[in-house]
Design a protein around this ligand. Sequence first.
Ligand SMILES: Nc1nc2c(ncn2[C@@H]2O[C@H](COP(=O)(O)OP(=O)(O)OP(=O)(O)O)[C@@H](O)[C@H]2O)c(=O)[nH]1
Ligand SMILES: [Mg+2]
Length: 475
Amino acid sequence: MNKNTTNQKQTQKPRTPIVTVLGHVDHGKTTLLDSIRDTRVQAREAGGITQATGSSKIKTKEGKSITFIDTPGHAAFNKMRERGANVADIAVLVVAANDGVKPQTQEALRYILDVKVPFIVAITKIDLPSISIEKAKSQLTKDGVKFEGEGGDTPVVLVSGKTGKGIDELLEMINLLAEVNDVSEDTAKNLEGYIIETNIDKSGPVVSMVIKNGTLNVGDEIVSDGQQAKVRAIFDSESSSVKSIGSGEGVLVLGFKDLPSVGSKVVGYGNVSVNQTSKANEGKSAENEEADINIILKAKSNGSLEAILANLPEGVNVVSSGVGDVTESDLFLAKSIEDKLIFVFEAKVPTNISKLAATEDVTIERFDIVYKLFERLSELIKSEEEIILGEANILTTFPFNSKKVAGCKISKGRIDKSDTLILMRDEDVLGKVKITSMKKVKSDIQNAKEGEELGIIFAPQLDFKPGDVLISVRN
Ligand SMILES: Nc1nc2c(ncn2[C@@H]2O[C@H](COP(=O)(O)OP(=O)(O)OP(=O)(O)O)[C@@H](O)[C@H]2O)c(=O)[nH]1
Ligand SMILES: [Mg+2]
C-alpha cells in the first residue's frame, strides 16, 4: 500500500448518509417519511402533493442518523427529482403496490441508474386490499432493476406509511447500504455542499443545502453559482440556529445576497472550482405578440419557478419571472404588457400590492397547487384561440355594379351574412372584412353551408384573387 492511499484512509470518516426519496406522484413518499419522522407533513401540503425539495434528519432505534430528502412526484418537477438523485448517497425508489410502475417511477429510475447511486426499492401501501407486489417488481425488472436474489444487488422492502409496517427494515437497509458503499467524508478535503432549494422570505434569500463534505460555520465565506455569501445564520433540520454544522446534514443558510441556482455546488471562498454561471431562472424577455398570452410569473422558490417555466403550455410567454413576493415593479411591468397578468405560485401578494393592482387594472392570479396553475393557463389560452366557424375558397372574381365579387365555394362549416371574415393568402392575413351582399346564382341568401357555391361582395374590398381563402371565426 503506498503512502498516499494510507493517508487517504486515515482522513476518511463515516458520516450520516443523505437519502433521497423518489417516485411517482401520490405513491406515498411523504407519508412514508412522515411515518419515519412521526410528523404530519403530508396532511398540511396544498393539494396533498409535494412541490418542493426539503431535507430532514432522523435517528434510528440503534442511534444512527439518516438525512432524508423528499422530492415531488408530479410530472412538472422532473428537475427536482434529477437533482435529488444527483446529491444522494442512497436513493429510495417508492412504488405504490396498488398502482405499480408509472411514468415518474420510470423517470426517477433513469436518474438513479444514470448517476449510479445505490438504491432500495420500497413497495408501499401494502396495507391496501388489492395490491400486486410481484407485478410491480417485474415491471421494475423490465425497466432495468436487478433485484437481490435475482442476479443483482438492489434490495426491496415492503412498507406501509399508514401502519408503519416494514419501516424498521427499510431504515436498517439504508444503514447497511451506507456501510457497504462506504458513505464517508474526507476530513482532508474542503467544504462541498449542494443547493437543493432556494427562496426569499422576510430575512432575505434563504438557501436550503446539504453538506457532503467539510464543516460549515457562521461567518464562513462561501460561493455557489457565482454568488458569494458570508454565512449569517445556519438552521439545522430541526430549525434550530447553530454556529457550525458538519457533513451529512441538510441546513438552511442565510447570507446570500442573491439566489444561486438550485443544484449548484457550494464551496468555500477561495476553493472555487465550479463554473460560475449566472442565475438560471430569473429573467426577462420581451412581450411576444405571437403568444396567446403574456404573463409575469412569481414563485416562492427557485425550484418551483424552474418547474413551471419548463412545463408551460404552448402559447404562454413569460415576460419576466422571479422568486419572492409580488412587488410594485412586477405590477408596473405587468401594466406595460397587453394582458396585464401576474401569475403567482406559493409566493405572497402583499395587501398594498393587491389594492394597487385593482386600481392599475392588473390581474393577479395566485395558486398553491401547480396543476391548477397549468389548468388556468390552458383555459386562458383556449379562450384566446379563435374558433373557425367556416371557410370558403375564392375560385373566381367578376365585376358587379362597379364592385368586385368573390365567387366562392364553402370548404368547411358555414358562413352567415352577419359574420366577420378574415381574408387569407397562404399563411398571410390580408385583412378583416364584413359581408355586404351574399348571393346564390341570382338570389340573395343569408347563409351558406359546406359544399355550396356563392358570390360574396365585402367591404372593404381589399385586393383579393382566386386562390385566396375567406375564414369566418368566433373569438
Ligand atoms: N393506505 C395507504 N395509503 C397511503 C400510504 N402511503 C400514502 N398513502 C396515501 O396516498 C396519498 C398520497 O400520499 P403522499 O405521501 O402525499 O404521496 P407522495 O408520493 O408524497 O406524493 P407527491 O409528493 O405529490 O409526489 C395520500 O392520500 C396518503 O394518505 C400507505 O402506505 N397506505
Ligand atoms: Mg410528497
